[in-house]
Ligand binder design. Structure first.
Ligand code: OOG
Ligand code: MG
Length: 267
């Protein structure tokens, strides 16, 4: 991955400060490739790593990772055709059934995901779907609240990777289940906003099987000399397209076999 870096160290730091400001003070910025058109995906990950380093230095705790752009619905919605990864910290987690404030977000959207909790570490390269299943303690349903910091929620892969894959908040809940008791290709999910169904899909929409997304994530991490320790919480990517939310909205994601995850949005 390092071989494809085009940005100098000072540009990586500059872009990281720009993204960090937009994330922490919730304002939109132009996508980074407007200023650095030659920016590569490796440059995006270099900015993301610097962001992770800074958050951890500020006392945020890394709790896991997320795969993104892993379903056709998401790729088509965002106009990007390669999956990405991002990191998750304790500051992004929100309890089930809670009121989630939107005043510290730019233009939030919700999406339904299957999340994995590991009992063993996972290391790439060469991580496979079978390796993921063997290392998984249990799966839980989750809703990710994504929030691109880029104007109009429009970006390319290098920019969105630098913005930590639009990560903002996440809610895990429902019922924890052992992966081997489920068919993770065919779990239905229905997303409701204010009592109306706004999106639906099946878990196999994520790369045919959500474990593939976790394997992909582990293999990308290996390129950065990183791995998933035991205990990691890992989201496999939105099954359906993401749906915009605003203050007053009530959201329920209903997962077959895994129960439901609810939250409401406030100012
Ligand atoms: C990028 C983040 C994608 C997912 O689950 O596909 C993502 C975005 O759509 O802003 O989290
Ligand atoms: Mg997501």
């Amino acid at each position: 991955m390092k071989a494809n870096l085009t940005l100098a160290r000072e540009d990586i730091v500059r872009l990281c400060e720009r993204v960090e400001g937009a994330q922490t003070r919730a304002y939109a910025i132009p996508k980074l490739t407007d200023e650095y058109p030659a920016m590569t995906i490796a440059d995006g990950y270099a900015v993301q790593s610097e962001l992770r380093r800074r958050f951890i230095a500020q006392g945020h705790r890394l709790v896991g990772w997320k795969a993104g752009l892993t379903s056709k619905a998401k790729m088509q919605q965002m106009g990007v055709d390669v999956p990405s990864i991002g990191f998750l910290t304790d500051r992004m987690a929100r309890p089930e059934n809670s009121a989630i404030s939107t005043c510290d977000l730019v233009h939030p959207r919700v999406e339904c995901e299957v999340a994995f909790v590991l009992k063993k570490e996972l290391r790439g390269p060469g991580c496979s779907r079978e390796d993921v299943l063997a290392a998984t303690d249990y799966v839980v349903p989750a809703v990710e609240i994504i929030d691109s910091r880029f104007s109009g929620f429009k970006f390319d892969l290098a920019s969105v990777v630098a913005d930590n894959g639009s990560s903002a908040r996440f809610v895990a809940g429902g019922r924890a289940r052992y992966a081997e008791e489920l068919d993770l290709r065919t779990l239905g999910v229905v997303l409701e906003k204010n009592g109306e169904m706004v999106a639906m899909g099946a878990s196999g929409a994520v790369l045919g099987h959500p474990t593939e997304a976790i394997a992909m994530l582990v293999n990308i991490l290996a390129e950065m000399d990183e791995h998933l320790p035991a205990g990691s919480f890992v989201m496999s990517g939105g099954i359906t397209e993401a749906v915009a939310v605003k203050p007053g909205d009530n959201v329920v994601a209903r997962f077959q076999e895994l129960g439901s995850v609810s939250m409401r949005f406030v100012e």
